[in-house]
Design a protein around this ligand. Sequence first.
Ligand SMILES: Nc1ncnc2c1ncn2[C@@H]1O[C@H](COP(=O)(O)OP(=O)(O)OP(=O)(O)O)[C@@H](O)[C@H]1O
Ligand SMILES: [Mg+2]
Length: 327
Amino acid sequence: MPIIAVANQKGGVGKTTTTLNLGAALQEAGKSVLLVDLDPQGNLSVAAGIADIDTVHPSIGDLLALTARGRASAGPFIDNAVVASPCGLDVVPSNSALSVAELGLVSALNRESALASILKPAEAKYDYILIDCLPSLGLLAINALRAASGIVIPVQADFLAVQGLAQIFETIAAVREQLNPDLNILGVLLTLVDQRTAHSREVVKTVRSSLAGQVNVFDTEVRLHVALKETAKAGRSILDYDTNSPSAQAYRHLAREVLQVCGDEAIIAVEPVSPTTAAELLELPVLVATVPEPERTPVAVRQPRATAPTFESFIVEEWQRWLGTSN
Ligand SMILES: Nc1ncnc2c1ncn2[C@@H]1O[C@H](COP(=O)(O)OP(=O)(O)OP(=O)(O)O)[C@@H](O)[C@H]1O
Ligand SMILES: [Mg+2]
């Protein structure tokens, strides 16, 4: 029964969107799925349609706080925290109580394994547990990586987002060595791919070529699609909100890849991901600003850097330091 952490310390790369929609696609494929919101922002809880997260009790933060104080045995337990959310998925919600709980964990004996012990009773009830991590590699994320058997790493198709990959590979290597030798990288997922820009296409190509044979990069690419923003507001998954959209198909395709990489037998009928249509391209306007170049008097002639690293060599060098131990 896989527990999958959806993690990347970089913010805004599609972790929450992926957790919700991958969960919905796994459920559509006949799997029982539990989503765990491990971010004090509570984005997953809200995106799943849970209103007023601040009044939710018990939340994952409440359970972690009790565990950190050694008072978990009297309950409440994980079962009591599961909400049948309006989007149709079981969710353990989060709110600001999680930030307080993290502080309590710092001095706890079981500080890295608290989440694993909380999730234990749920493991027999669900086929898949997906943990939506916060954008940090602190104690909460370490708890997720300690509890998980696999990790999905959403990466925005953007240079700076990709550059941060070295850091998460390093953390995974450390977690595997010290806390959880069974942690597998299920795959890197390219998100927010904008096929219209050469930059985005170049990042996709670089990630694929430089990780080839070392870390799985899912064939699925999640493209920019404004409906994925609207779903969060509507409290629904994209599979429900716009079931025939390329994004819904992309998440179905991802679910199939995840099932395969987890050795699961389930087969989902998936339409091939259709190329982005002209209409979709028009959905997100390309902003083109033409600023007149000011007249400049050169004050010094700067020599070009003969050894300036290319985009590819720059990030790949960083990754290579960790890849040997991280997968
Ligand atoms: N493919 C996409 N196309 C368009 N918008 C997207 C896409 N994926 C995610 N978004 C939007 O981008 C924003 C960031 O996505 P999301 O919240 O999933 O990222 P995150 O990694 O969980 O962020 P955080 O690090 O803050 O937790 C959200 O507004 C989301 O609706
Ligand atoms: Mg998030």
